[in-house]
Design a protein around this ligand. Structure first.
Ligand code: SF4
Length: 334
């Protein structure tokens, strides 16, 4: 659907690192392991796409990274600082470095505020600048996201969905964060508007050097913006690779099923869609959580959980078939 820009060269140090992170929710029905032992890192100026079906835990992971949700265990480091269990008063300072853009950024904001007030609010909370300096910063941010200066005097309901997302992006960038978590930022927009917002994000990243954790269920969108991609299934990462490798040589059967489901302009043979629904997170399958839907499942898959293991430079997957040294394994089909 979109023509991908060239991938950026890999930058070694991490601006965000997540180690063995777990998020659990206790409800009347039981405990949900929404995020189960996830580790990932993000380099400055890099975009890591996080993809998977609805309910796989990707949005929960994004919210945990910005500490909107309290993790049960694991560690989150932001710009070298451990923020996993920082108390509220210290968390405010850490939040300067990580911001979030939501599918509808105005759903949780007061619609009576002007756009200028909404964009300036993070600056006000952090005590940055005089009133005049904040106003100048709002004008600059509006310019950066392609909106006129007088947008500051209007209220959110006077804007289209695409314009509102531009305002949400401006608000997220107000504090010059090192990392922005974008949670389905274009899912509610028309395709033509999606392309405009994605191009805006790519341009902003080039000029500002900010890193993006880009969460989406749409592989076309993820392919367009991402340098690397993590595929999630039932709270775990099942494959992680750079964009070209993942699209050219997907190793996990779930990744292949997701890629096969992307509509092709050329038409032709259409592989069978992924069978069944995502299992209930209250009662996940034993062994490999994907075995109830996997066309390649064999005996070991029902009893033993596969670990995420490296299978090539920067490429790892959690599938027994990627471990040819162990009995019962078969080579991965090309
Ligand atoms: Fe399929 Fe088994 Fe690999 Fe899981 S471990 S993806 S069930 S082959």
């Amino acid at each position: 659907m979109f023509q991908s820009p060239p991938a950026k060269p890999c930058v070694p140090e991490s601006v965000l690192s997540v180690d063995d992170l777990c998020v659990r929710f206790s409800t009347a029905r039981g405990t949900v392991h929404a995020v189960d032992g996830v580790s990932l890192s993000l380099a400055p100026g890099e975009t890591l796409g996080l993809v998977g079906e609805s309910g796989c835990g990707k949005s929960t992971l994004g919210r945990a990274v910005v500490r909107l949700i309290e993790p049960a265990s694991g560690r989150i480091r932001l710009a070298g600082e451990d923020v996993t269990h920082q108390p509220r008063h210290r968390l405010r300072a850490a939040r300067r470095n990580v911001q979030m853009v939501f599918q509808d950024p105005f759903a949780s904001l007061d619609p009576r505020w002007t756009v200028g007030e909404l964009i300036a609010e993070p600056l006000h909370i952090h005590g940055i600048g005089s009133r005049a300096e904040r106003r100048a910063r709002v004008t600059d941010l509006l310019h950066k996201v392609g909106l006129p200066p007088d947008a500051a005097e209007r209220t959110p309901h006077q804007f289209s969905g695409g314009q509102r997302q531009r305002i949400g992006i401006a608000r997220a960038l107000a504090l010059e964060p090192k990392v922005v978590v974008l949670d389905e930022p274009v899912s509610a927009l028309d395709v033509s508007v999606q392309a405009q917002i994605l191009n805006l994000l790519v341009g902003l990243q080039r000029s500002l050097g900010v890193a993006f954790l880009f969460i989406s269920h749409d592989l076309s969108v993820v392919e367009y913006v991402s340098d690397r991609v993590a595929v999630m299934y039932l709270g775990r990462i099942v494959e992680l690779a750079d964009r070209e490798t993942l699209w050219r040589s997907p190793a996990h059967p779930y990744t292949r099923a997701l890629l096969d489901a992307v509509p092709r302009i050329s038409g032709g043979h259409r592989p069978a869609p992924l069978k069944g629904d995502l299992p209930s997170p209250y009662d996940p399958p034993q062994g490999c959580a994907f075995h109830t839907r996997c066309p390649l499942a064999y005996g070991r898959c029902r009893t033993e959980t596969p670990l995420l293991r490296g299978i090539g430079p920067g490429h790892s997957t959690a599938c027994h078939l990627a471990d040819p040294t162990l009995p019962g394994a078969a080579p991965l089909a090309a």
